[in-house]
Ligand binder design. Sequence first.
Ligand code: B1M
Length: 213
Amino acid sequence: MPILEEISAALQVGNGKKVKELVQNALDSGMDVNDVLIQGLIAGMDVIGGKFRNNEVYVPEVLIAARAMHMGMDILKPLLSASGVEPVGKVVMGTTKGDLHDIGKNLVGMMMEGAGLEIIDLGVDVAADKFVAATQEHKPDILAISALLTTTMPGMKNVIEGLAEAGIRDQVKVIVGGAPVTQKFAREIGADGYADDAASAAEMAKNFCLAAQ
Ligand code: B1M
């Protein structure tokens, strides 16, 4: 079996140790880090996502697959984040209130670091007032908000309204994303940008920062 398929298969059964070993082997053999991420780790997680939706696997299996995904991402992180230059801007990021999914958010953070941005990660299940307080405290160029559940998407609107109430809406660009989020939704809630994937989110954040300089 080709190594990227092996990574995907090991992730699907939650064998984190094997995932780590295979990811390292793939990199050592000269494979591109993005191929390992997209065709290995994300591909495996997509299969689990489909099975979860069809009730073929349940939360425990998804959790161990997610843990294996994190173990693989730990190896890729230094490569995705290595930029070694002065930060081009600052990003405060987090997942909306009630939402515990963090894999996509972490990927966005890694890609943004790789694009030369400084990241302040508030984690998961972040209430709107916490996003607002962190914006006041850290004065970021970008607020990056992730949501994976249709029920937690409205939390993004609450953050934008909270910024407006605090009188700081025009001081930060808000970028939103996550599987159920769409360009249309982003426009409706008054976000400055929507990105479909982590690489596009990083590019958009960097462009916003460069345009402001
Ligand atoms: Co959850 N879950 N989950 N889950 N889970 C989904 C999201 C779901 C679609 C599964 C399904 O039914 N097919 C479904 C949501 C349905 C809906 O709302 N429409 C769902 C559900 C229902 C639930 C629970 C309610 C299940 C339950 O308990 N009955 C529960 C809710 C918990 C909570 O948050 N309160 C739950 C729990 C969990 C686990 C804890 C078991 C685990 C999370 C572990 C973790 O994150 N540490 C989990 C997982 C892993 C998933 C799936 C299988 C995979 C998500 C993932 O990590 N994908 C997911 C199914 C799916 O998406 N296929 C599912 C890989 C990741 C790289 O992709 O996060 O989409 P993603 O990020 C992408 C883009 O979206 C984008 O970039 C990334 C790629 O480059 N992106 C951004 C993300 N954030 C961005 C921000 C940006 C820009 C782009 O700008 C700021």
